[in-house]
Design a protein around this ligand. Structure first.
Ligand code: PAF
Length: 283
């Protein structure tokens, strides 16, 4: 499997591969790959002749230095997993921080409007500027036709669509369904930091979202939010950071339910210092 760490080398390789029938898929990741990432790579392989997977733990999207430090880095295992899908049609791009940012590891400021002022944007200062900065940089280097992102980070998916609109980069963004553990926990690289007890109990998160979906047609959203708070209040393992029902496109929090619009419920929960997020389409 080809693994590039330099911008110039991967750009030269991709330029040499390009021809009229060539279609390039791209899956940006921070590594510690799991079945969720592999489902994105499979979708990319099914629709493109070549797929670039980037593996880069992006410092500018972390608001918490200890989260950045503890983020799992498993390049050798990641490459083995990718090789189970294809040894010839996947190219890995794993740049260093210096290759991406040069001397100054700072993010560009974007205006993502209503998309950034809440949930992940509200609780993780600067997070989406960091995401926008790295994804824009990667798109400019890799120049993919299509890029694939998981709906687990649904707010990120909307932010990236907005970033592409703002920057007018010629890339199509595809959102892919959330992959789940057998108990419903959304797959995440951070799950590897959970204890067995926390993993078992984590079924509560998805089960809560399923109940929210059941309640959505018949109950007021304020009552549903209160009910979610009670599910987590005084829980011995989990602390609720936020629960929010929002319009799917704008992410503006629901006021008056209007069933001609599409809504999603979003949740963020801490298990000690491990932060877990999930979401579900409600209608
Ligand atoms: O979703 C992620 O893993 C990251 O936010 C991304 C899109 C690779 C940017 O660093």
């Amino acid at each position: 499997m080809r693994v590039y760490t330099s911008n110039a080398e991967i750009s030269a390789f991709i330029a040499a591969e390009s021809h009229t029938t060539f279609s390039l898929g791209f899956v940006p990741t921070m590594g510690a790959l799991h079945a969720g990432h592999l489902s994105l790579v499979k979708a990319a392989l099914a629709a493109n002749s070549l797929v670039v997977v980037s593996i880069f733990v992006n410092p500018t999207q972390f608001d918490n230095p200890s989260d950045l430090e503890q983020y799992p880095r498993t390049l050798t295992e990641d490459l083995k997993l990718l090789e189970t899908l294809s040894k010839t049609r996947i190219i890995v791009f794993a740049p260093t921080v210096a290759e991406v940012y040069g001397a100054e590891t700072t993010a560009t400021t974007f205006d993502f409007g209503t998309l950034e002022s809440q949930m992940e944007g509200k609780y993780r200062a600067g997070h989406f500027d960091g995401v926008g900065t790295i994804v824009k940089w990667l798109f400019e280097v890799v120049k993919p036709h299509t890029a694939y992102f998981g709906e687990k980070d649904f707010q990120q998916l909307q932010i990236i669509k907005k970033m592409v609109e703002i920057t007018q980069l010629a890339v199509t963004i595809v959102g892919c369904p959330i992959e789940r553990e057998s108990n419903g926990l959304a797959m995440s690289s951070r799950n590897s930091r959970l204890t067995i007890k926390e993993l078992e109990a984590s079924a509560l998160i998805y089960n809560t979202l399923l109940s929210v979906k059941d309640k959505f047609n018949s109950e007021a959203s304020q009552d549903i939010s209160k009910w979610v708070q009670t599910q987590f209040s005084n829980h011995p393992l989990f602390e609720l950071e936020y629960f929010q029902i929002s319009e799917s496109e704008t992410l503006i929090p629901i006021q008056q339910k209007n069933l001609t619009k599409s809504y999603r419920a979003f949740i963020a929960v801490f298990a000690r210092d491990v932060r877990l997020i999930d979401n579900i389409a409600l209608n």
